[in-house]
Design a protein around this ligand. Structure first.
Ligand SMILES: Nc1ncnc2c1ncn2[C@@H]1O[C@H](COP(=O)(O)OP(=O)(O)OP(=O)(O)O)[C@@H](O)[C@H]1O
Ligand SMILES: [Mg+2]
Length: 269
């Protein structure tokens, strides 16, 4: 009798040790995935700058040289046709590099904030996808911390990409609003919705692809929240930050201006 109770005490101890080990490992994996997302953001920012400053400038120089060539062979019709074609190709390459660079990290995001970058992105998405996007984006009175703005932008990009790839929707709505207590970004489509299994897996804390799981990790890292509502009439992705209590750049935020102050003291992501 005595030995059975000793055995069960031993088992309970081992069980609780295992549980705390699982919690510790889960938190390590979460920290690692957040670090990876930050590294990915830094990499995108660097690539965006390199494409703009290096390949973009080389193409701009090429374009100038071709213009000089165009002037010098204006009398020769057949040469002129070839040079014009080269000029058009240079224009196309400049445009492609510019779009790629801006999609990797839009300069508007750093310069004027999420609302302007979001409008620019939604306009481009409408042209590229041919989908109709209704948007209602509130201009901020104050800038939010850069890590929060970057997260909102990545949520917008991933949600719209998902709508285009998976939803079969004909219409999308993007709504960004500031309530007194919170900041909310919603992307809503009228597609066929997510599978029940996929939704259940997401709600249980798992992921299907990298996109939704990455969004959730980004938000969790800043004390934000990601919710999905989905049925056969469509899907809504909702990212929410409380105006008080979010964590910006490793610091607990009190209000937007205080968090901005904190954000300026550390290097941006
Ligand atoms: N708006 C949507 N409408 C319908 N299904 C969706 C929508 N968004 C996501 N899904 C479903 O949820 C799944 C998971 O999305 P998630 O973004 O995590 O991965 P993914 O898009 O498949 O791949 P990736 O890792 O490249 O993002 C998708 O494969 C799709 O089945
Ligand atoms: Mg995706």
């Amino acid at each position: 009798m005595w030995s059975i109770s000793k055995q069960s005490r031993q088992m309970a101890l081992e069980h609780s040790q295992l549980q705390s080990l699982i919690l510790q490992r889960t938190s390590e994996v979460q920290n690692l995935s957040v670090r990876l997302l930050k590294v990915q953001d830094e990499e995108r920012r660097r690539l965006s700058r390199d494409l703009h400053d290096s390949t973009g400038q080389t193409l701009a120089a090429l374009k100038i040289a071709v213009s000089v060539l165009e002037q010098s062979c204006s009398a020769d019709v057949s040469k002129m046709a070839i040079v014009s074609e080269v000029s058009d190709l240079a224009d196309q390459a400049i445009e492609e590099i510019r779009t790629m660079s801006y999609l990797l990290h839009p300069p508007l995001l750093d310069e004027v904030g999420f609302a302007c970058a979001a409008e620019w992105y939604v306009e481009g998405f409408t042209k590229r996808s041919g989908m109709s996007v209704r948007f209602d984006i509130a201009k901020e009175q104050q800038r939010s911390p850069i890590s929060m703005e970057t997260t909102l932008f990545r949520v917008l990009q991933e949600s719209l990409t998902n709508v285009h790839r998976h939803s079969g929707a004909t219409q999308v709505g993007v709504c960004y609003r500031h309530d007194p207590a919170k900041i909310v970004l919603e992307v809503q489509d009228n597609g066929h919705g997510m599978s029940e299994e996929g939704l259940a897996r997401f709600r249980a804390g798992g992921g299907i692809g990298v996109g939704l799981a990455g969004m959730r990790e980004r938000l969790r890292d800043l004390n934000g929240d990601l919710q999905i509502d989905s049925d056969c009439r469509g899907t809504t992705i909702r990212a929410t930050f409380a105006k008080e209590g979010f964590i910006a750049d490793g610091v607990l935020g009190v209000n937007a201006s205080a968090a901005r102050f904190c954000a300026q003291e550390v290097a941006p992501l």
